[in-house]
Write a protein that binds this ligand. Structure first.
Ligand code: CO
Length: 169
């Protein structure tokens, strides 16, 4: 089946918009989620948010972690909480910012509540790498990108790559 969507790159304005809540989890949402999984797997990403395929909706998906502990998961209208502990820095990239990486400080632990593709609520808790992925993808729903969270030094380091994206590659 032909795909309707593709990866949206910075500085597309959809990446800066606050995404809207999903009112009803129906077949059109399930179609969107299916495409998001296809695109994420093709790009070998470990997470993808709906604004990154041009849809300003509060949905993200995550892929299997390198250690195989996390299956494909869908999170609709997610809410994050349960933050405790000191921020930890880790190298991050983003499919919408090719060639750009930097150290991002995030909470080591998180609780997520969301709806699955059937519209059923679920809750997960993690102090693992996936907690970081949730925070990265949740940021996309708020219009926040890794370049906003980098240290001043990293921001300077990636400045040229960012400028290139801004001028259309
Ligand atoms: Co991203």
């Amino acid at each position: 089946m032909a795909r309707k969507r593709q990866i949206v790159l910075y500085p597309d304005p959809v990446l800066r918009r606050r995404a809207k809540s999903v009112e009803r989890v129906d077949d059109s949402i399930r179609d969107l989620v299916r495409e998001m999984f296809e695109i994420m797997d093709e790009e070998e990403g470990i997470g993808l948010a709906a604004p990154q395929v041009g849809e300003s909706l509060r949905i993200f998906v995550t892929g299997p972690h390198a250690d195989g502990t996390h299956p494909h998961m869908t999170y609709i209208n997610p809410v994050l909480s349960g933050f405790d502990g000191e921020l930890q820095a880790h190298d991050e990239g983003c499919l919408s910012l090719p060639g750009i990486r930097g150290e991002i400080r995030r909470q080591p632990h998180a609780v997520i509540e969301a709806l699955d593709v059937e519209g059923k609520p679920f809750r997960m808790e993690s102090g693992d790498f996936i907690a970081r992925v949730w925070q990265h993808e949740f940021d996309h729903l708020e219009g926040i990108l890794i370049i906003d969270r980098m240290t001043a030094l990293d921001r300077l380091r990636v400045r040229r790559a960012v400028k290139e994206l801004e001028s259309g590659g």
